[in-house]
Unconditional design. Sequence first.
Length: 295
Amino acid sequence: MVAQPALAGVWCPSVTPFDNDGNVDIDALGRHFDRLNHSGIDTLLLMGSIGEFASLTQQERLHLIREARQLSPLTMVANVSSTCVPDMLQLAEAAWQHGFDAVMVLPPYYYGQTQKQLLSYFKTLDQQLGGKWFAYNFPARTGCDLTPALVAELAAELPNFIGIKDTVDCLSHNRALIEETRKVRSDFAVLSGYDEYLLPNLLAGGAGVISGLNNIVPELFAGAMQAWRAGDLHQLTAIQQRIGQLMAIYTLGDDFVTTIKTAVARRYESMTTRSRNYGGELSAAQYAAIDRLLA
């Protein structure tokens, strides 16, 4: 029997709620997770880009890892990315201690990386992490691309490297990752980091999607996976069209994190709209636009 990716399907990269004083709000995270727990999604990603990991202190990140695991029975992955490897390893160790299923890591950012450097980095990191891990490819933020050839080489050599989030706005990049890694590993998960690429990812043989919209409409994406598994192309087409419409939310404000949090707050009243990104507050007209989009 051919092995399949263990962590496939629909992931929610959860926002990190803050209270009105700007502190991490675990109670609000619990309310948010309670809704996600019953939505039909497969996996929660803690402290991804939309979770504002880069704006959290090391102590806040450790606190989130300690508290989050007990708030949900879902599969859970912690993004432990940092420019400081000892900090990453401390976060990963905390994730293992608290029952996380895997961790996720970006390549080094700020300093540009060659493919040779990336191979060296991930091979060394694999020896230190002590568990299953995903790579996070986001060239727009890191300044380097995890190419299909590079990822396939790592996947062939490192059994604990079990998948990748590919946040590249290019379908052919996602497809090439799937094709190249499939040559060496049937259990390797290639997940799209762009919400509207769910269906193209699945059609190409990918594992699913890690979608910021799942903070707002997780049932929609869970329904897409159900339709895919049932072979209901009519339903799947309708959902894909709706996802395409909802992508407009990313253009409504200056800061997509604040916009997503605002949509969650307006629809569910589970958290404040506060983000650590500056200048993202929405106008009355933008509030109205969110309401119309989600109606």
